[in-house]
Design a protein around this ligand. Structure first.
Ligand SMILES: NC(=O)c1ccc[n+]([C@@H]2O[C@H](COP(=O)([O-])OP(=O)(O)OC[C@H]3O[C@@H](n4cnc5c(N)ncnc54)[C@H](O)[C@@H]3O)[C@@H](O)[C@H]2O)c1
Ligand SMILES: [Zn+2]
Ligand SMILES: [Zn+2]
Length: 369
């Protein structure tokens, strides 16, 4: 079928919205008509080259919609099913999936390669086969994806908002609950209160943190964080340090979750300094692929038994966590509606990313018809 998609043809170029040919689903695949696509910072990392993907690529990895065609051999999904797309596929059979780490599924190796799980590329534009961000490519009203990327969800959740759970919400909440192991009464610092960080704040609140400090240079993000029940805010880690000293009588934070737009090595020392004994710092931000310089006190790491760990997809199990987060949304525990600052059409995708760079959006969302 013919449809539209936003394609990145070269690094530091604009997204080109153009007509593409989308092939029918192969065995194991489904075609999904999307309701919306979130504008996550990770697609911006494709543009800047922080994430070295094979170009050209159809962008977008935060989507939800309705299955409208099913390839041979698909047993878990039927036409009409509502699905959220997981930005890491989960096969359910590899060592990672079968040991409770679906976020680390072996199929994740494909997400920057331009290959699709079932083999060749499904999209053709300008006479060329084109891969998709995270084996999804949600900057298009239709996607053909492998069933390992599509997670069936309840039918009564508004799909436009459900797309956010395919990356940002699950990544943020999981970064707090699973990766940072937040517990009742904890003091948690979240560095970067954008689309992911705000959800880390929601996660810390759900886990029962007593104090949640949002660190962001932008006043609008600090105010927004308070709406998501951050108890305090600071414009940088120095300001946060004095605040956390006071809040904890110098015991410092139980965890620090780094969600700044770009994971610079220079963020680490400030984050580690905010931790108290046994504290855990979580690196959720994506860093430029060639960033390998980190300065921090190794003696401090040992003597205070601090930990620094990474988190992909919030260390979650998407097939379990995505439906669960949607239940929590329907029960009023998780906020989704308030995450969306502005809705765009597909042709406005470059404006959406300019608004992200300018700090205007908590989350931008492309809505399809
Ligand atoms: N680990 C994962 O699985 C995963 C998944 C999705 C996104 N990410 C990454 O998470 C990061 C955040 O994504 P997002 O969509 O929330 O981005 P965003 O652009 O919406 O938000 C980033 C926020 O960080 C703030 N910020 C920038 N520099 C800062 C600094 N030095 N100190 C404190 N705050 C700072 C910005 O003002 C902004 O509010 C990105 O690097 C993204 O690629 C990781
Ligand atoms: Zn994302
Ligand atoms: Zn797997």
């Amino acid at each position: 079928m013919k449809t539209q998609a936003a394609i990145l043809w070269g690094q530091n170029e604009k997204w080109q919205v153009e007509e593409v040919e989308l092939a029918d689903p192969l065995p194991g695949e489904v075609r999904v008509k999307l309701a919306s696509s979130g504008l996550c910072h990770s697609d911006e990392h494709l543009v800047t080259g922080d994430l070295p993907a094979v170009l050209p690529i159809v962008g977008g990895h935060e989507g939800a919609g309705i299955v409208e065609a099913v390839g041979a051999g698909v047993t878990n999904l039927s036409e009409g099913d509502h699905v959220v797309l997981g930005f890491i596929p989960s096969c359910g059979r590899c060592a990672a999936c079968s040991s409770g780490h679906q976020n680390l599924c072996d199929l994740g190796a494909l997400i920057m390669s331009g290959q699709e799980v079932a083999g060749g590329q499904r999209i053709t534009a300008r006479g060329k086969g084109i891969g998709t961000m995270c084996c999804l490519g949600t900057f298009s009203p239709f996607v053909v994806v492998h069933e390992s990327s599509a997670i069936k969800v309840r039918n009564d959740v508004p799909l436009e908002k459900a797309s956010l759970v395919g990356c940002g919400v699950t990544t943020g909440i999981g970064s707090a609950i699973y990766a940072a192991e937040v517990r009742a009464g904890d003091v948690v610092v979240v560095i970067g209160a954008g689309g992911i960080g705000t959800n880390a704040i929601q996660g810390a609140r759900m886990a029962g943190a007593e104090h949640i400090v949002a660190v962001d240079p932008l006043a609008a993000r600090r105010d927004g964080a308070k709406f998501f029940v951050a108890t305090h805010s600071a414009k940088d880690t120095d300001e946060a340090f004095a605040l956390v000293q006071e809040l904890t009588r110098n015991n410092m934070a139980n965890s620090v979750i780094i969600c700044a737009g770009v994971g610079e090595g220079g963020l680490i020392a400030g984050a580690m300094a905010l931790l108290g004994k046994n504290g855990i710092a979580v690196m959720t931000s994506i860093a430029p692929y060639n960033q390998s310089d980190v300065k921090m006190s190794l003696l401090d790491l040992t003597l205070y038994q601090k930990q620094l760990r990474g988190a992909l997809f919030g260390s979650s199990n998407p097939r379990f966590d995505i439906p669960r987060i949607l239940d929590l949304y329907m029960d009023g525990v998780v906020k989704l509606d308030e995450l969306v600052t502005r809705t765009y059409s597909l042709s406005e995708v470059n404006q959406g990313y300019q608004d992200l760079r300018d700090g205007h959006n908590l989350r931008g969302l492309i809505a399809f018809d």
